[in-house]
Design a binder for this molecule. Structure first.
Ligand SMILES: Cc1ncc(COP(=O)(O)O)c(C=O)c1O
Length: 388
């Protein structure tokens, strides 16, 4: 039987980079001595009060169909949090609850972009953006954020990439894989382009709570941006809730109407008990965020210090999130083959960052989503490998 051409869009660039994750997880299950630093799933447990909120809701019969756009109370809690990072008041009507950042990103793409459109994507970019944009029929235009300037946005290059067909600019802030958190002036530069050329901005802020130094800024709060920004995020990384699949899109209520109809034909509403858990996390989980941020900051410092002190690999010090980029070009220009050699020799599994775009070719992405002891051991093995 034949499948639709759509299925060909589902394999993004560098999908094979993930083979190392699959293989190392299987090895871990077999009890082998491997350290998996190729995925960004927090190693903390979801807090008991959050789990209890879900259990209580289930016991109380919250196991039926729910509101397609999400529960009022949760939408308000999300809007309150977003208002704080945007510095402006955002109403709960601007929020649609969806199944994680990923689902929110994809759903937003389907509502914003279409055949013949060009969408500017800051490169390197989170891997799933490519297929999400391609699914709309739009063409993605990757604009490199050069590694020799720390993978920071090149506003001039972005400006040059804009054509009459450009409909939007897409990026994550803070970024996966680079850990770059955009400054106010960088965001102003992007906002100016969006306003001047009447573009949508679709921004993924899933790591917004995990900025180590300074503050996370939301572009939607900037002049002229509220009506043209769609912000997607979730409870996944902030509250160690990746498996709960609760996220959202924030944008003009008219977009909310479209997203609601999209939810009708696919998601059909999130489970009520999941929304109750997310509501509890958002309203009472500030301490969880602080612990996560402090823990990741300490782990980041540990990896940076170890790798730099041993002159193992040049690293880009991440400002946020749970990943660190290291340049392996002096050892092997092919970072995928470096990653496999490292894994086969030492059992440490890292990811070829070339999977995120051409700009990050020759770099690996190291996750610090494991405890300090294993992280220290991983650094010891990486250092020994690079010195051998
Ligand atoms: C930049 C980015 N966006 C989205 C996601 C997926 O988040 P969620 O679990 O909310 O779908 C990830 C997960 O690693 C990510 O790194």
């Amino acid at each position: 039987m034949k499948f639709a051409p759509f299925v060909n869009l589902l394999t993004g660039q560098g999908a094979e980079a993930w083979d190392i994750l699959t293989e190392s997880r299987l090895a871990l299950d077999r009890g082998e001595d491997v350290i998996v630093l190729s995925i960004g799933d927090p190693d903390f447990q979801t807090s008991a009060f959050v789990v209890n909120a879900a259990i209580e809701a289930m016991r109380n019969g919250d196991t039926h169909y729910t509101e397609l756009e999400g529960r009022q109370s949760l939408r308000r809690a999300i809007a309150e949090k977003a208002s704080r990072s945007a510095g402006i008041a955002i109403d709960g009507d601007w929020v649609t609850v969806l199944a994680g950042t990923q689902n929110a990103f994809y759903s937003a793409c389907r509502c914003l972009f279409g055949v013949g459109d060009e969408v500017i994507v800051l490169d390197p970019a989170y891997v799933t953006y490519e297929a999400s944009i391609a699914s709309t029929g739009a063409r993605q235009v990757r604009v490199p954020q050069p590694s020799d300037s720390g993978f920071r946005p090149d506003i001039e290059a972005i400006s040059r990439a804009i054509t009459p067909s450009t409909r939007g600019i897409v990026f994550s802030n803070p970024s996966n894989p680079t850990g770059v958190a955009l400054t106010l002036s960088e965001l102003e530069g992007l906002a100016r382009l969006a306003v001047d050329h009447d573009l949508w901005v679709l921004v993924d802020e899933v790591y917004g709570d995990l900025v180590f130094d300074g503050t996370h800024h939301s572009i939607m709060g900037m002049p002229g941006m509220l009506e043209r920004t769609v912000t997607v995020s979730s409870v996944s990384k902030s509250y160690a809730m990746t498996g709960w699949r609760c996220g959202w899109a924030i944008g003009p209520p008219e977009l909310g109407e479209h997203l609601r109809k999209m939810a009708l034909i696919n998601l059909y509403g999130l489970p009520g008990f999941v929304m109750e858990a997310a509501d509890a996390a958002l309203r009472h989980g500030d301490q969880e965020i602080e612990v996560a941020r402090d823990t990741y900051r300490e782990r980041r410092n540990l990896v940076v210090e170890k790798l730099q002190a041993a002159r193992a690999l040049p690293v880009l010090v991440p400002e946020a999130g749970m990943f660190l980029m290291a340049d392996v070009r002096a050892h092997n220009p092919d970072a995928n083959s470096f990653a496999w050699d490292l894994y086969k020799t030492t059992g440490v599994s890292v990811l070829d960052a070339g999977a995120f775009g051409v700009t990050s070719q020759g770099w690996i992405r190291i996750s610090y989503g494991v405890d300090e002891q294993r992280l220290e051991e991983a650094c010891r093995r990486i250092i020994a490998f690079t010195h051998s």
